[in-house]
Design a protein around this ligand. Structure first.
Ligand code: NI
Length: 209
């Protein structure tokens, strides 16, 4: 091999190594990037009709329910899971506090938690969990296929990730957006889970007739 050939070979190897490192970095950050892109851009780019849709799930009393069962009332929908250490409890506390603040008008709104962890979140587990946040909070679970379908309809990102600290050995990564659906089932607005309860109460109060 000549010096030039050697140099070219070395250059080619550097380029290949660069691609490999770049690919690994992209894989490592992709879930969080996707989550952030979605949280920031969702409603600016996604048409209203594209969020929400039909679903069939099981509520925390074990009853099979569909989206049709919620017609005629607003829904405040959050996707999460009962073993979530902080994001889900925060979101659910804010939802409950906002409903409290708008008083009797809140009766027009059904707060809903849809699990992204159907394996652990049985109806019994959901029942224990929802009652600690709000007396009317509805917990919905289902088969993995049913959960996949409803998360797709609501453009929710979720992923099972290893977690040695959990006794089950895993936790769930998930987007944390609170959706408001109208009495006709159409998307009305959304909040980040970090929203302040007063701000949420204000917006909800204006949406309600
Ligand atoms: Ni969570």
């Amino acid at each position: 091999m000549t010096t030039v050939q050697l140099r070219n070979l070395r250059l080619a190897l550097y380029i290949l190594a660069g691609f490999a490192v770049g690919g690994l970095v992209a894989l490592a950050v992709l879930p969080s990037v996707r989550e952030r892109v979605f949280a920031g851009a969702s409603m600016k780019t996604v048409g209203q009709a594209l969020v929400g849709g039909p679903f069939t799930l099981t509520d925390h009393t074990g009853k099979r329910v569909t989206d049709q069962d919620f017609r005629g009332r607003f829904m405040l929908v959050f996707f999460g899971f009962t073993y979530c250490p902080d994001v889900c409890p925060t979101a659910l506390q804010v939802m409950a506090a906002a409903l409290e603040k708008i008083g009797s008008k809140a009766e027009q709104i059904t707060p809903v938690l849809i699990t992204v962890d159907p394996e652990r979140d049985t109806p019994e587990q959901m029942a224990m969990y929802v009652k600690s946040f709000h007396p009317r909070l509805v917990g919905l679970t289902g088969s993995p296929a049913e959960i996949e379908a409803v998360t797709k309809a609501y453009r929710v990102y979720y992923k099972r990730v290893p977690d040695p600290k959990s006794s089950a050995g895993y936790t769930m990564d998930h987007s944390a957006i609170i959706y408001v659906m109208g009495p006709d089932g159409s998307f009305r607005t959304h909040f980040p889970y970090t929203v302040d309860a007063n701000a949420m109460a204000d917006r909800l109060g204006k949406l309600l007739p």
